[in-house]
Design a protein around this ligand. Sequence first.
Ligand code: ZN
Length: 164
Amino acid sequence: MPTFNFCPQCASPLEVAPVQNHSRLVCAARCGFVHWDNPIPVVAAIVEYENDTLILIQNKGWPAEWFGLVSGFLEKGENPDEAVLREVKEELGLDAQLIESLGVFSFNQRNELILAYHVKASGPIVMDPNELEAYKIIPIHEARPWPFGTGIALKKWLKKRKEG
Ligand SMILES: [Zn+2]
């Protein structure tokens, strides 16, 4: 997560100071701006694809063995339900159908708040090579959720699915 060095309001150097019992970056010298650094909402999609398979993606810059869920930031003014379908369309070229929301998951290491969804899609995949390095299609029963971020949402979904 990049941090600010200078005040976005008056361009003075920011410094670390306590505000409401937390260390914050503040513009103590001049205008009093506080960089609250609140978590950023991210939408993520478990993409169920055709016959009992999932599509996992690898973003550019990830290690070669890493695959995760389609995810992305909301646009200003965008509804999360629409944002998640837009991300699936952009990254994989698929018109997905929204099945359900799986809830909200904290990803503190990245200062994100994940809004996870189950979506279904079919048809030819057209991967966006600017955003993704690769994708893979795996049988749902072979999915092994990772213990952080969107992996927590995937784990919850698999458990729920198993229990029927
Ligand atoms: Zn300032």
